[in-house]
Design a protein around this ligand. Sequence first.
Ligand SMILES: NC(=O)C1=CN([C@@H]2O[C@H](COP(=O)(O)OP(=O)(O)OC[C@H]3O[C@@H](n4cnc5c(N)ncnc54)[C@H](O)[C@@H]3O)[C@@H](O)[C@H]2O)C=CC1
Ligand SMILES: O=C(O)[C@@H]1CCC=N1
Length: 254
Amino acid sequence: MIGFIGAGSIGGAVITGLVKNGFNADEIIVKGGSSNRTKLLCEQLGFQMVKKIKQLEDTDVIFIAVGASAIDGVLKELKEIASDKLVVAFTGSASVANLKKILGSVKVAHAIPNTPVKVGAGFTGITYSEDFTDEDKKKIGSILGYTGQLVEVPENQLGILGTVAGCSPAFLDVFIEALSDAGVKHGLDRKLAYEAAIGMAIGASKLAKQSELNVSALKDEVTSPGGSTIRGVAALEEYGFRNAVIKAVDAAED
Ligand SMILES: NC(=O)C1=CN([C@@H]2O[C@H](COP(=O)(O)OP(=O)(O)OC[C@H]3O[C@@H](n4cnc5c(N)ncnc54)[C@H](O)[C@@H]3O)[C@@H](O)[C@H]2O)C=CC1
Ligand SMILES: O=C(O)[C@@H]1CCC=N1
């Protein structure tokens, strides 16, 4: 059995990704917050819902998906039942050291998933406490593997990995929205503009993943000499697109 504390944006996305990609909902117990969001998700997915953290006693892995203001209270309650469990916190501001400070000898991990976990196409960075065995890591991999890629990194790289993969779905969404707006400005139907922009993002990402060429060379393949694309690329440079992306990552990191 696995447990979740918090089923908001990222908790709900991970639970959805698990169930929609074949993880048995009967093996998931969720302790949600005060809104009825967890209840609505429960009606869709069919996991077990509980009101108190101590009702997660029969689980062997617990995922914490609450924000920074709630985590200390959650950890203090969790400590009473967590001694034999693996605890993974998604909370951005958490750290292995801070988790250990409250949970003591409990094995803990800090992970930053991204919202595409919801459709099994996520990218999750994870750092384990030193006492995690290979078997423990395999167990976490066998669960989060249902939601996409899981990559172990040292904790000093988890923050920036979480920004590049975890915050950036929002950046890409802004790009897709802007591209669609531009299509509409030039006369495209709104629905078709979204379909074209999203279809392009999926296709170009698939090509970037599968091709032996790097993204710079893939860009070169689109820019015909004297053609329209290179004029668009030059305009992106003129308006500081590349620098805007770097500044967005700087801002998220700060
Ligand atoms: N949204 C995202 O894409 C990602 C978020 N994170 C991190 O995950 C954390 C949560 O973020 P979101 O899901 O976006 O926020 P959210 O506000 O959507 O979800 C937090 C949930 O925790 C629940 N909650 C609060 N106290 C609780 C308690 N005592 N017991 C049970 N549930 C409780 C709230 O009701 C809420 O539904 C943040 O620290 C964030 O940095 C990490 C990776 C990605
Ligand atoms: O915005 C946030 O703080 C979280 C961390 C990664 C994605 N969302």
